[in-house]
Design a protein around this ligand. Structure first.
Ligand code: FES
Length: 141
């Protein structure tokens, strides 16, 4: 299996690993295809995601995609994070082998779950803003 240099870099040196004890939103999801687990924490200030961290019991591709996803949403408005798809994350990593695309779904879903949790804590129904919490599916297996 061939991985891009960016995937290898984010796998070997994942950014934003850990947890945020006083997070404003926490999302935990499992991957239906492999059973792996991802947990994401976000800190929000004035509609901006000021900090984001993740922890995963997942494969290298899940680590790399989550690492890239956290980099892409850190410092960005919530609205922008909501638009981030797993496809965009995979593109930012210069691609993933087709059999590993399902791993990138984990990062997107954990991020959306953390945002949904944030909205819930604000007393807002997340379904009104995020809609279907399912990730855009680019999985080919
Ligand atoms: Fe489970 Fe990649 S094999 S997340």
């Amino acid at each position: 299996m061939i991985y891009s240099e960016k995937v290898m870099d984010h796998f070997a040196n994942p950014r934003n690993v850990g947890e945020i004890p006083d997070a404003d939103g926490v999302g935990e999801v499992g991957n239906a295809k492999c059973g792996d687990i991802m947990k994401m924490y976000i800190k929000v200030n004035d509609g901006i995601i000021t900090d984001v961290k993740f922890k995963t019991f997942g494969c290298g591709a899940a680590v790399a995609t989550s690492s890239m996803a956290t980099e892409l949403i850190k410092g960005k408005p919530i609205e922008e994070a909501l638009k981030l798809t797993n496809k965009a994350v995979v593109e930012a990593l210069d691609g993933l082998p087709a059999v590993k695309l399902h791993c990138s779904v984990l990062a997107e879903q954990a991020m959306k779950a953390a945002l949904a949790d944030y909205y819930k804590r604000q007393g807002v129904d997340p379904a009104l803003i995020i809609g279907d919490l399912g990730a855009s599916d680019v999985c080919e297996i």
